[in-house]
Write a protein that binds this ligand. Structure first.
Ligand code: DGJ
Length: 691
């Protein structure tokens, strides 16, 4: 039974893990266990009884409350903070009831005085070893309640250990860099205040024992994510009493949600998991779940694409794009994407955003003649859009200057010469739904790259009771716009791009099939960005392009191999490639097509980290373990250097696999490893099959 309950204990089991909490006699709902599944229900600890706190230590300094609300003498991070209509600013939650609905447990808490109920939702994803948590707040009274903080979950790894926090940090052009630090007394905060997920941090954490660190394949790891594409916050609080608590949810910075009587609000989901086999297994659990349960087109194979942005930037027209399309088709490309610069009045980045119809000078007969030619070359057609944005110099802004996010008495700060449409507004959403629906209905468009090229400023929203709701309602508006277009055009593949990886999270992946993870395409930098990204997301969401970045010091094959470890795309100016380059590209595209099923949908093993040295390696194994693809990269290293063997992973231990002339068991390839020779800035890709 995956959900076991008694009147005062709740045990949630997945295939290999368990999570438990219980009610103690003082009425505290306390977290009791998160880790490996135990043989018997009786093995899980009961909620403890403790009365020994002093006048300077509140109960929650000691207790690991499952979902703490700010009330009484609680000085630790709460998940909920409210103000009631009479000005009372604490929330005294008492246990009300629980119910089990298939694979979901619901715990209902209520305020001891006011008609406010909190439902804690726990969904177990048994085969993925993941637990999904979210919260519904219901105001059943007739006066408003303001939520000033609402986190989705507080996660509690076992107490009495010092933890190391792994997280991803970065910037535009340098996303998803791995950072690891030991948590000491105090609170570490990670967040986004930018209205998108951000290039700076991703809503993901992994904790391991600082004194006995986990590796890629060994050791205990507790990890989690937030499925949300706007402002978010994570606090990792280490207590003097040897507890570590990670809280994650909507950012409470400049935040308020007003619930009128009868209204409710449901938080985004946080997913958490436990791995007893290191960081690699933690990532694979997330990959599996994202591929099967989150992505709209699940494991449908993604096409090899060409994107003309770096070749032509804003200078696009039909004949030039056709020339590029012809070369791309000849090389084996399956999807041709026309990027920025195609729409009414767009010649630079200072005009036209918002006017989503073809530029009359560049495409005198509209986009259809180009699309027909691309289709006749045997390729699908894709198009770039930036729906949330507007330039001051656009028909849309001239008609609706009040539609942008702004404060009326303040200058409207522009970034990349653009402003953000207030997608919290239903009328703005409706306008865009209508316009973009027509665009998609009137053209044979198979792929949309949805871009978002700035962060928010002056976050004003006029004529609403609670303008601070903009942070949440904006994201809900993006989801509605994207979701409606998806529903009306279910075959379109969508890409989430925000100047590269500014919007990569499990929320947006309910709408987008793949992510443009960085504008940085120099392959040695890219190796790290891709490795960081892979902590959370599967390879079939990771779009990568071979461009001209790195062409001076890296062979074309190396540049291809880096991108072939995800969704292969090409973004170079193909006119710069000579016949030899094009022939090599054609060969490598063919090789990719032969193994993409394994890369896109297989299990990923990070064998050697690009963050730790000049020699890195990653491997993908098909679900039935009959095939694998191995990539290895050597960046600069002073010669002569003898490379250490690569210890393969994920193969069936007793099955035989042939590499070159050598046949060994899967276990032998793991234990003995594969010796390879690589010179400076060279790479290899090996297709491995079971004998
Ligand atoms: C930013 C994206 O990351 C690029 O790939 C390109 O689409 C430009 N925007 C176009 O403006």
């Amino acid at each position: 039974m995956p959900i076991l309950t008694t009147p005062t204990t709740w045990i949630l089991e997945t295939a290999n893990t368990a999570y438990a909490f219980g009610l103690n006699s003082q009425g505290f709902l306390l977290h009791t266990y998160w880790g490996q599944k135990l043989p018997r229900a009786e093995d899980y600890p009961l909620a403890s009884e403790f009365t020994g706190w002093s006048s300077f230590n509140g109960a929650t300094d000691v207790y690991t409350e499952e979902f703490p609300a700010y009330a009484g003498s609680k000085y630790t991070e709460p998940c909920l903070k409210t103000t009631f209509a009479d000005g009372v600013r604490d929330t005294v939650l008492v246990f009300d009831s629980s119910e089990v609905l298939d694979s979901e447990l619901r715990i209902v808490l209520r305020d001891s005085y006011y008609p406010l109920t909190i439902t804690l939702h726990y969904k177990i994803h048994v085969e993925y070893d993941l637990l999904e948590r979210f919260v519904t707040v219901q105001n059943s009274g007739d006066t408003p309640v303001t939520l000033e903080r609402l986190f989705s979950a507080q996660w509690h790894p076992p107490a009495h250990r010092q933890y190391r926090l792994s997280h991803l940090a970065g910037a535009w052009f340098k996303e998803t860099q791995m950072h690891r630090e030991v948590l000491d007394s105090g609170t570490k905060v990670l967040e986004s205040r930018r209205i998108t997920t951000s290039h700076q941090n991703n809503p993901w954490f992994a904790l391991d024992n600082a004194l006995q660190p986990a590796t890629e394949s060994t050791g205990e790891v507790w990890f989690g994510v937030l499925a949300w594409s706007g402002n978010w916050k994570l606090t990792a609080e280490s207590m003097i009493y040897q507890q570590t608590r990670v809280s994650i949810g909507l950012n409470d910075w400049d935040f308020a949600l007003r619930l009128e009587g009868g209204q409710s609000f449901t938080s985004p989901s946080s997913l958490g998991g436990y791995s007893s086999a290191g960081f690699g297994a933690a990532s694979r659990a997330l990959h599996h779940y994202v591929r099967e349960e989150v992505l709209p087109h699940k494991h449908q194979l993604r096409k090899v694409l060409y994107n003309s942005w770096e070749a032509t930037t804003f200078d696009v027209n039909e004949p030039d794009q056709v020339k590029l399309a012809e070369i791309a088709a000849e090389m084996g490309v399956e999807l041709f994407v026309l990027d920025d610069g195609w729409f009414h009045g767009r010649n630079l980045d200072n005009a036209a955003l918002g006017d989503w119809w073809a530029d009359e000078k560049k495409f005198p007969n509209g986009l259809n003649p180009l699309i027909e030619k691309v289709n006749a070359l045997g390729m699908d057609f894709g198009l770039w859009l930036e729906p949330e944005m507007v330039n001051a110099d656009s028909d849309l802004y001239r008609a609706h200057p009040d539609w942008v996010i702004h404060f009326p008495t303040r200058e409207r700060t522009e970034a990349r010469n653009q402003m953000i449409l207030n997608l919290a507004r239903g009328d703005v959403q409706d306008y865009l739904i209508d316009l973009l629906d027509k665009l998609l209905s009137q053209h044979n468009i198979a792929f949309i790259k949805w871009d978002m090229n700035r962060n928010v400023s002056e976050p004003g929203w006029q004529n609403v009771l609670e303008p601070k709701e903009i942070w949440v309602r904006y994201v809900e508006g993006v989801y509605r716009l994207w979701g409606t277009l998806r529903e009306r055009h279910p075959n379109v593949i969508w890409q989430s791009c925000s100047g590269g990886g500014g919007r990569a999270d499990l929320g947006i992946l309910h709408f987008a099939d793949q992510v443009w993870i960085s504008d940085m395409t120099e392959p040695t930098m890219r190796l790290r960005i891709q490795e960081g990204y892979s902590q959370i997301f599967p390879a079939n969401t990771m779009e990568a392009w071979v461009t001209d970045m790195g062409a001076k010091h890296l062979p074309l094959e190396f540049r291809f191999h880096v991108t072939m470890a995800g969704l292969l795309g090409i973004g170079a100016n193909l006119h710069h490639w000579n016949d030899q380059d094009r022939a090599l590209a054609k060969k490598l595209i063919l090789e990719y097509k032969a193994v993409r099923q394994i890369i896109q949908n297989g299990q990923q093993y990070r064998l050697r980290s690009a963050f730790e040295g000049f020699f890195s390696s990653v491997m993908y194994v098909s679900p039935d373990q009959s095939e694998a693809v191995l990539f290895a990269f050597r960046t600069h290293a002073p010669d002569p250097v003898l490379l250490p063997p690569i210890h393969l992973a994920g193969l069936a231990p007793t099955a035989l696999y042939k590499i070159g002339e050598t046949i060994r068991s899967g276990l032998a390839w793991q234990q003995i490893g594969l010796e390879i020779r690589l010179t400076d800035f060279s790479s290899l890709m090996l297709h491995i099959s079971r004998v």
